[in-house]
Write a protein that binds this ligand. Structure first.
Ligand code: CO
Length: 157
């Protein structure tokens, strides 16, 4: 495993659309393992492959209930609304309110290429929506309806 460098928001790469994963091989597993180490080191909630410079549809999330790996994730249903403060490892020091679905159902593949569904509410719904946005070149700062004074936010994301 190795730490990867996190790409910051001024990099054009983060505005690009990531490609589907087609090979569930050792290269993917290495990427996933490196992303997990990078996320843990950064004390974050989620990380998408473009944030480490790889334009592939790979996301990891850890909201404190174990690591979730999502390959080629797709939101198949979204219900309700919530509006919470978000941050992003690619946008250090920035925080802002984003409206997200209250509940999302996501179809994805595991690291071996096996399909599964994951349903999330509250923070998990936010994290999945935020990370899947990264795969489509969207940053939370582009869709936040109100930025927040960083001194008033203690929690990291
Ligand atoms: Co982010």
């Amino acid at each position: 495993m190795a730490l990867r460098t996190i790409v910051l928001s001024d990099d054009e790469l983060l505005k690009k659309r990531s490609k589907m994963v087609t090979a569930f091989d050792e290269k993917l597993w290495q990427l996933l393992d490196d992303m997990a180490e990078t996320l843990e080191e950064a004390n974050g909630v989620g990380l998408a492959a473009p944030q480490v410079g790889i334009l592939r549809r790979v996301v990891i999330i850890d909201i404190g209930e174990g690591l979730i790996e999502l390959i080629n994730p797709e939101i198949v249903s979204a219900k309700g609304k919530q509006r919470e403060v978000e941050g992003c490892l690619s946008c250090p020091g920035k925080w802002g309110f984003v409206e997200r679905p209250e509940k999302v159902k996501v179809k994805a593949f595991d690291r071996f290429g096996k399909p599964f569904m994951v349903e999330g509410t509250e923070l998990l719904a936010i994290a999945m929506s935020h990370e899947i946005d990264h795969l489509n070149g969207v940053l939370f700062v582009d869709i936040a309806d109100e930025m927040v004074d960083p001194n008033s936010v203690e929690e990291e994301q």
